[in-house]
Design a protein. Structure first.
Length: 116
């Protein structure tokens, strides 16, 4: 599985960004995909995930502001981020997990900076 993340950038507080993760390779046994983020001097945090059944989960700090979605064949997983705050500033990484593997696949990070 290969993952390519895009969509990061600089946005003012209260603004919006949409991150996209393009997936390729063997996607037929995908169990879940989602997004982690890592801010300076902080550990990597799971932000949002979506499963093969369409079930979604979010870390508490982004509930009501972020929405994760995917296309039916797992080719794209998007993260719509609204009402952005300075504390959302981080490098965001998409990931994928398969039913038949313990390996977690990672995309390259995309930087989101929320600042006035």
């Amino acid at each position: 599985v290969q993952l390519q993340a895009s969509g990061g950038g600089l946005v003012q507080p209260g603004g919006s960004l949409r991150l996209s993760c393009a997936a390729s390779g063997r996607l037929d046994s995908t169990k879940s995909m989602g997004w982690y983020r890592q801010a300076p001097e902080r550990g990597r945090e799971l932000v949002a995930s979506i499963t093969n059944t369409g079930s979604t989960s979010y870390t508490d700090s982004v509930k009501g502001r972020f929405t994760i979605s995917r296309d039916f064949a797992w080719h794209t997983v998007d993260l719509q981020m609204n009402s952005l705050k300075s504390e959302d500033t981080a490098v965001y990484y998409c990931y994928a997990e398969r039913f038949d593997s313990m390996v977690k696949y990672w995309g390259q990070g995309t930087l989101v900076t929320v600042s006035s």
